[in-house]
Design a protein around this ligand. Structure first.
Ligand code: ATP
Ligand code: MG
Length: 299
């Protein structure tokens, strides 16, 4: 059928009802908004219905089905899972990394301006615009790397190499972009310091594979990309970027007293969940008062 485009915000009110019944239509703006709320904005995207009656019937049927699935998800959370998928994903990743010889660390969520500057994030750096300041010299960490660098400076001295550590926890960035960005998200950052320089690429590949397999995502590719912080990063991409990796020796290392080669990988847990669950909107995966474990509460 030929596509007909109609402005739904200004649908004409025909005097003769038989005429409107035969007018080809698409979803109304309200219906589209509702599907967006239900994270199914893809439905009926291009569909042209014969008339408004047919459209409304199809919409109501789909809306009812999605609402029922949503309710079912909440039942399952209470009866079966008892933990949101985000927490389960975190637990699985922690377990897998510990089994791989990594040591979990927990560092402060508040980060000093000085340590951010040591990461080269100063007033001229683009990321500085995304930082939430809580006082003149303290912010909510936008990344885990500064504190991990700080720990590594000491651990490189205290522990035999390779030193393997990771942290998983909240990070904060002011974001204006929509469906793949949150203002607060959960970062997993793992670092292996003291791996032989010649095997860094191989190691990075292995560790990316470990994280992706543990997250339950079958396919990914590694893509080299420019980074404001590291110059060059290798992104882990599964339709969307789920992680960014870097390697040392690196220009930032000197400031932290790091001399050994290293590989580091940073993943967003909500991004991993977005891909794994096939969500269209990352809000479903993150900390929320609107969604509980991906199920919408105000239905
Ligand atoms: P993007 O280019 O997608 O904005 P980024 O390259 O700025 O991400 P990194 O600094 O590489 O992000 O952070 C590592 C990972 O953390 C990203 O690959 C992504 O999975 C996740 N991440 C970063 N920013 C956000 C955000 N605002 N919301 C959710 N996840 C995020
Ligand atoms: Mg990145």
């Amino acid at each position: 059928m030929k596509k007909v485009w109609v402005n739904f915000n200004h649908e004409p009110k025909a005097k003769n009802p038989t005429r409107i019944v035969s007018m080809p239509v698409q979803l109304t703006a309200t219906q589209r908004q509702r599907l967006r709320e239900l994270d199914r904005a893809d439905l009926f995207l291009e569909t042209v219905f014969h008339n408004a009656v047919e459209r409304n019937k199809a919409f109501q049927e789909v809306e009812k089905k999605i609402a029922e699935e949503n309710r079912q998800r909440l039942v399952e959370l209470r009866k079966k899972n008892r933990r949101p998928a985000l927490c389960q994903m975190e637990a699985k990743l922690v377990e897998a990394l510990i089994s791989e010889g990594f040591v979990q660390v927990v560092t402060p969520i508040l980060l000093s301006k000085g340590l951010l500057e040591k990461m080269s994030i100063t007033s001229t750096h683009p990321l500085i615009q995304q930082v939430f300041w809580v006082s003149l010299n303290k912010c909510l960490r936008p990344m885990l790397a500064p504190h991990l660098y700080f720990l590594l400076e000491n651990l490189a001295r205290l522990w035999e190499k390779p030193v393997r550590i990771f942290e998983v926890g909240p990070c904060f960035r002011k974001e204006s972009r929509g469906s793949q960005h949150l203002n607060e998200f959960t970062m997993l950052n793992l670092v292996e310091l003291g791996c032989p320089e010649y095997s860094r690429h191989k190691r990075l590949k292995e560790l990316a594979q470990l994280v992706m397999t543990t997250a339950g995502i079958d396919q990914h590719e590694l893509v080299t990309k420019f980074s404001e912080v590291y110059g060059e990063t290798i992104d882990v991409v599964s339709d969307v970027e789920v992680g960014s990796c870097a390697m040392g020796p690196h220009i930032l290392d000197a400031a932290w007293g790091i001399r050994d080669p290293w590989v580091g990988l940073g993943f967003g847990l909500e991004r991993l969940l977005l891909v794994k669950k096939g969500y269209q909107n990352i809000q479903r995966a993150g900390r929320s008062l609107v969604y509980l474990d991906g199920a919408r509460l105000n239905i």
